[in-house]
Design a protein around this ligand. Sequence first.
Ligand code: PLP
Length: 370
Amino acid sequence: MDWRVRFVDYPEQWRRQRAALLPVIEKTIADGDLMLRQQLRDFETDLARFNGSARAVGVSNCTDGLRLLAHHLDVGPGDEVVTVAHTFIATVSPFVLRGATPVFVDIGDDHLMETGALAEVVNERTRVIIPVHLNGRTVDMAEVVKVAEHVGAAVIEDAAQALGATLDGQTAGTFGLASTYSFYPAKMLGALGDAGAVLTDDQELADRLLSLRDHGRVGKSDIDGWGYNCRLDNLQAAILGWRLRQLPAWINRRREVARRYDERLRGIDGLEIPVGPDADDRRQDVFQNYPVTTDRRDALAEHLRADGIEILISWPVPLHHQRGLGLDHWRLPRTERLCERVLSLPMHAELEDVHVDEVAASVRRFFGAK
Ligand SMILES: Cc1ncc(COP(=O)(O)O)c(C=O)c1O
């Protein structure tokens, strides 16, 4: 389909970045810098500094970052892992695959973990609490940290969608033991393939992750334990290093787009929109996504697509309703309602004002708003 407005515009992204990135790619390949080279170390240093974390460890993707953390914590049968069911399966699968039991809490109006409900579900079996900073917005972390400390659980932040977001001036991903990031191409900071990172202030943990991601190797030939192959490719690291320097400008643009949507979509009867970029004194959201909700979601999706606007319904089925996972004993009314009503409008740094206006006009027409 030839979209008038794409959900994520990879061709336009490449058109804008080609001149800068081709020399980066050329040099990295020509120098033979393919695995675990300086570009990766530089990217890790820059990423840690960007986020205000002590250390960053590049890994093959966010899911593998979570897998390494689950291994490090030795999560296993009898352990419980608390998170939300309105997230990507990867938030929990690395823990469940080691034998842990997922425990879900429902979500609040902003689609994020209802942290007030945490205290009711934790117990002595709770090993890990995973807040998910979905859509580029930071979960209210004070309660998460308090409850985790109370039961002696580790906090791992799934920050796959929230690089650069802040809460009370503190960056998402710096509240818990560690945080994991996805550089899947559609993310705030995307690679040209799969990539991810784990950030932490714990030096020992970071060193352990460096060996865990590389077969347990320390140095050239020493092995300090069983490990995996979860390295971040050096070429992707070189690309991400260049892109990381553009990220502040891209976040600004995403926030401008959100502001423009907000001005044009606020007050439409039957449509709920995200908290605006200037509406929350405590948070700086980075708008990985711009999710709107309505009782007429499927009809709105059809209308927008017919107008040539590409939208995304990320997770129409919450995790606990996925067939084959054996989790359907959970009752999470707010999560279930959201999954029936949510869709995400186009949101990316290459989006022009005319595109935003076109999308907003189409939404307004659907609701019969002037
Ligand atoms: C919230 C969340 N967690 C985890 C992941 C997994 O990331 P990756 O594809 O890099 O493994 C994603 C990716 O979409 C995500 O959105």
